[in-house]
Unconditional design. Structure first.
Length: 375
């Protein structure tokens, strides 16, 4: 009996030591916990404990990724205090003796392709819908079978708050497409789609809607983080042209309308996309002019002929929302498309923002056009 009690006591003691070690790991140095980034008034401080470093710098998107020096302080905690940039979401990392290092104190991270970067969210009117709302929709990752592309493919689907508890209610659907280098998680990770829709719906500014975010890379079954081998296919070949767009319109749309409580009408379908996804948006509207009543190319790499615009006009498109930054390398193409739309008499919105080909603009565009859908 005494031997059993001794074993139990030793086990409890070891558990306490392990737990203490875990807490020590989180405290990063045994002193007071490090807070990074730390926003105080009109400044923000970044800190990193790096015992053996000789040079530590901070690299941030708002700094043009030009690294700034950090200063070694007590307990080898390096820090730098900077003016707080304007409200937006920024990314950053540390450069420790020439090696890029993420901030171990920051749980807010976004994924851009194969890169993971910590986020700095500066509060303000611009970002008020980029943070968590009081009520939340659900994000899931269903798979659909594509005969056109030849395998099962992964989607990201957002359903609004209350979807699970309203079994008789049907919803309109926004098909939201990413750009080159992205995948089915890009709009969720970098675009803050769930947060933006949660906030807009909660405030009564947008209709509750389903948002479908496909993988726009036809050679991929899913994001590379799933480590699934990719296909090497010549997508310039005539037989493969527009294969993804055709899969989107003839496979994904029917899949969603069969498996979700989606309203199967053009007036309840919207399509939007950024950059490459903007080109896919334009192509889908040209190939299937009567499928979507709401069309939103963003920083789009694509164009349409007068005849194609006329077909959309005849189909009764309710909203054509074209958006681009005035410093975007695709701005001239967007201006040309705006001119064609105007000449063909298709009522539309041309939303021009500051800046270039960045997620700061694409989040802004989603936040702007989502309230205009399904009205």
């Amino acid at each position: 009996m005494k031997r059993t009690l001794m074993i139990i006591s030793l086990a409890l003691a070891m558990a306490g030591v392990i737990r203490a070690q875990e807490l020590a790991n989180f405290s990063r140095g045994g002193q007071r916990p490090i807070v990074s980034p730390d926003i105080q008034g009109d400044s923000v401080t970044f800190s990193l404990k790096a015992d053996y470093a000789t040079v530590v710098k901070l690299s941030g998107s708002w700094l043009g990724y030009r690294p700034v020096d950090m200063t070694r302080g007590e307990n080898n905690v390096w820090s730098v205090k900077l003016p707080l940039p304007s409200p937006e979401i920024y990314t950053y990392n540390f450069v420790v003796d020439g090696v890029a290092v993420n901030d171990p104190q920051n749980v807010l991270v976004q994924r851009d392709g194969t890169r993971y970067l910590p986020m700095l969210i500066v509060p303000g009117e611009r970002t008020e819908n980029y943070v968590e709302a009081k009520t939340h929709g659900t994000v899931s990752h269903p798979w659909y079978d594509s005969k056109i592309l030849g395998y099962s493919r992964r989607l990201t689907v957002y359903t609004p708050y209350g979807y699970e508890n309203s079994p008789k209610k049907k919803y309109p659907v926004l098909y939201l497409l990413h750009g080159a280098g992205g995948d089915e998680e890009a709009w969720i990770s970098m675009g803050r789609t769930a947060q933006i829709l949660d906030n807009l719906i909660e405030k009564g500014l947008a209709e509750p809607m389903i948002v479908v975010m496909p993988n726009g890379n036809p050679g991929q079954q899913a994001a590379r983080t799933l480590n699934i081998p990719e296909k090497n296919i010549n997508w310039r070949a005539e037989e493969n042209r527009n294969a993804y767009v055709k899969s989107l319109c003839t496979e994904i749309v029917p899949f969603i309308e069969k498996n979700y409580r989606a309203i199967p009408k053009p007036a309840s379908r919207a399509i939007a996309g950024l950059s490459m996804g903007g080109g896919h948006t334009i192509s889908a509207s040209i190939l299937y002019p009567e499928l979507f009543d709401y069309i939103c190319p963003l920083s789009a790499a694509g164009s349409a002929t007068p005849e194609q615009i006329t077909a959309l006009k005849n189909a009764g498109v309710k909203l054509y929302f074209l958006a681009c930054g005035d410093a975007d390398f695709l701005f001239e193409g967007s201006k040309t498309l705006d001119k064609t739309l105007t000449e063909q008499g298709l009522d539309h919105v041309f939303f021009v923002s500051d800046g270039g080909h960045t997620w700061a603009n694409w989040r802004l565009y989603l936040n702007t056009f989502a309230p205009k859908l399904f009205k």
